[in-house]
Each structure stands twice: as C-alpha cells, then as structure tokens.
Design a protein around this ligand. Structure first.
Ligand SMILES: [Zn+2]
Length: 276
C-alpha cells in the first residue's frame, strides 16, 4: 500500500481535545477532572513506518483507554497529543524532529498548567516514545510543586507490554525493539495505509547492544538500569530493530488490549474508586 495524497483519514472516536469545541470541554469538565495526555514524538521508525508512529500510538492508546474508561462509568477527557519529543538520537535520519529536554519539560508543564486553569486536576501523562519518560517525570513533579491540588501520574505501559511479550505474545523470540514486530503490529492495527511492509528490513542488535536499548534490565521495561542512547544511526543503519514482517493486525490489537487494560485499571483505581 503506497503512501499518497489521496489517503483519507477517519477519526473513529472518541474525540480528543483537538476535535472538541471549547463548549464541549466545558461540559465534560462538569463530569470529570481527569485528562489523559498523549506524549508522542516525530522520529524515524525504519523504512516501513511513518515518522508520526509514536504520536499515532500515544493518541490511539489514550483514545482506547478513554473509551474503555467511559464504558465503566469513569469519564475522562483525551487531551492534546504532543507531537514532538526528545528524539536527539534519531536525528541521523531525515524528517526526525527533536526538542531539547528543557523544552519538552516546559511544553508539558505549560500544557498541564493550562488544563489546570480550566479545572482539570488529575493529569495522566501517557507516552508513545519512552525517550520522553525522564522529561515527563520532571514536568509531573513541577506541576505538583506549583499547584496545591493537582495529581499527576506518568504511565509507562512498556513494563506491562514487555511482560506480555515475554509470556508469548507475538511471533518473534528474538530482540524486537524500535519499529520491530510489536510496534509495526500496532500501527498495522490502526494505520494500515501508512505501513509499507514491502520496504521493511530485518535487523537485530548484538546482545550487548540490545541490553542497553530494550531488556528486562532496562528501566523502561521494569528494570533498574537506564542507558542514554547516543545514535540510532550508529546502532541500526535501517532505523528499526527486529523483524517487522512478523507483525499482524491481530497481535497489534492484543498489544493495545494489554496496554489499555493496565491503564484503565490504574486510572479507575487512582482517580475514581479512591477519589475523595
Ligand atoms: Zn516508536
């Protein structure tokens, strides 16, 4: 399926803040003080996936979580998708756009403070790019420091998803990572017209390299170690890691289910069941 100017995009709902009117947000605020904020990125994901992959994923996760929360009587607003993140280590690939750490912290903080001013009190920062996690945590702390009553939670679903893959989700038993089987499957599930699987290239890292990018030891997957990345171009000349051709819509849907179930459980517990 080729990328071309004739592709049409359909928003299947629910609306995010960008698709809502101001009056709709005002009305929503009468039923909820909780907002989900997708934090994306604009960066290379190999020859087969679009630059907006992380932005699409973050938005999709929040839309699905929002719909699932609504279905169990926990209304939320799906906030503005932040399109840019800290993608310094992908700058070797054309089209990547990066913010510096300080800029992302400020963007997140000022977005949250704007939402706070309108009445939101519970902010869930949900990434589509784990490279943003350190800045998300700093911004979350800053907002709590500067308000008397905001609650912010940074939600790293990668830990739950990594457990599901370790337990047998997907086909690959090798080192899938950025733009590999899992991520490709999730984009196939939502944006099949933007996945050019014929261009996908299989590329695996050496074990000592993979350990620092994606492994149970890594903080993003629930471990205790964090290794900043210098250059993806130096690590993977094709921009992706793993075998994207193994990806299917079905495993993409299963991956989203794992992510959304976890998010819904935490958000329901923290902001509805235990709300005072
Ligand atoms: Zn990604």
């Amino acid at each position: 399926m080729a990328r071309n100017a004739e592709n049409l995009y359909v928003v299947k709902a629910p609306k995010t803040l960008y698709e809502m009117t101001s009056a709709e947000v005002g009305a929503a605020l009468e039923n909820t003080k909780t907002v989900l904020i997708p934090v994306g990125a604009t960066e290379d994901h190999g020859a087969h996936l679009p630059l907006g992959t992380d932005m699409f994923e973050a938005r999709e996760i929040c839309r699905r979580a929002g719909a699932a929360l609504d279905a169990v009587g926990c209304p939320v607003v799906i906030g503005p998708t932040i399109p840019f993140g800290v993608s310094t280590f992908h700058m070797g690939f054309p089209g990547t756009i990066t913010l510096t750490s300080n800029t992302l912290i400020l963007v997140l903080k000022e977005v949250m403070m704007s939402l706070y001013q309108h009445g939101f009190r519970n902010m869930c920062l949900i990434h589509g790019h784990d490279g943003n996690l350190p800045q998300m945590m700093v911004a979350a702390q800053d907002v709590v420091n500067e308000t008397p009553d905001a609650t912010v939670v940074v939600m790293n679903w990668m830990v739950e998803l990594a457990k599901a893959y370790a337990a047998g989700l997907g086909k690959s038993r090798k080192g899938e990572s950025h733009g590999g089987e899992g991520e490709t499957a999730r984009i196939i599930a939502t944006h099949p017209e933007l996945v050019d699987i014929a261009k996908a290239r299989t590329f695996y890292l050496q074990p000592h390299e993979l350990r620092k990018i994606q492994s149970p030891e890594h903080m993003k997957s629930g471990g205790g170690l964090f290794y900043p990345t210098r250059s993806y171009k130096a690590l993977t000349p094709v921009g992706s890691i793993g075998d994207p051709s193994l990806a299917t819509e079905e495993t993409g849907e299963q991956g989203y289910d794992v992510i959304v179930n976890w998010l819904v459980g935490i958000i329901k517990r923290d902001f509805f069941d235990e709300a005072t």
